[in-house]
Design a protein. Structure first.
Length: 210
């Protein structure tokens, strides 16, 4: 039996970030599907596991960890992979993870949910989200013009945090071809040994659109 158990649902890039880390480190894990769209994470039983009512949640021994950034940090510590090599890197990883949570993933994931999953159509909210997402993507694209990964030339959990949603293919009204350095970065991550797409790796992910 795997030491790590992950509550996850397939449409979530935040869940995929953690699953990707487990796959890239070759860490055995058990997938515990969560029915987010029918309200499972908001029910009393799930909130007894995570009071925030969110997935992913990682179980390891007597530890129950939530929030993808915290889980990635813990797994880096446990596996000795993709973490900081010194205090300056630790702060840089934190800086990019916070940027991801507040700007990069935050706006893009909400845009994807509305346009790609809920099929909301265009409205002032989606226009606002897309504008903010484009601004965040431009910052990351410019940064990646100077290095292969976010922190120097090696993969860290900062990359895995930001990359969580860019492997999904639902419509957002944004064209990743506008961000060539992000596309090249995505390809470098996908070339890492053990990498799998969200449609292969996370339970209940929709089939890839062809």
């Amino acid at each position: 039996m795997a030491d790590y158990k992950l509550y996850a649902f397939g449409e979530s890039g935040n869940c995929y970030k953690v699953a990707m880390m487990l796959a890239l480190t070759g860490t055995p894990w058990e997938r515990l599907p969560v029915d987010y769209f029918n309200g499972e994470t908001r029910g009393e039983e799930f909130r007894a596991i995570n009071e925030m009512g969110e997935a992913p949640v990682l179980l390891h021994g007597d530890k129950v960890l939530s929030q993808s950034g915290v889980i990635l940090d813990y797994l880096a510590e446990q596996t000795g992979r993709f973490g900081a090599e010194n205090e300056d890197e630790r702060r840089e990883i934190l800086r990019w993870t916070l940027f991801d949570n507040h700007k990069f993933t935050s706006y893009y994931a909400t845009l994807r949910f509305l346009v790609g999953l809920q099929k909301s159509g265009e409205n002032p909210v989606t226009e606002f989200l897309r504008g903010r997402a484009r601004a965040a993507f431009a910052i990351v694209d410019e940064h990646l013009g100077n290095s292969d990964f976010l922190i120097g030339n090696r993969l860290t959990i900062a990359d895995l945090s930001l990359a969580g949603y860019i492997f999904f293919d639902e419509a957002t009204g944004m064209d990743l071809a506008d961000y060539p350095n992000i596309l090249a970065w995505r390809a470098r991550i996908a070339a890492m040994p053990g990498w799998k797409s969200p449609y292969e790796l996370v339970p209940h992910a929709p089939k890839a659109r062809g």
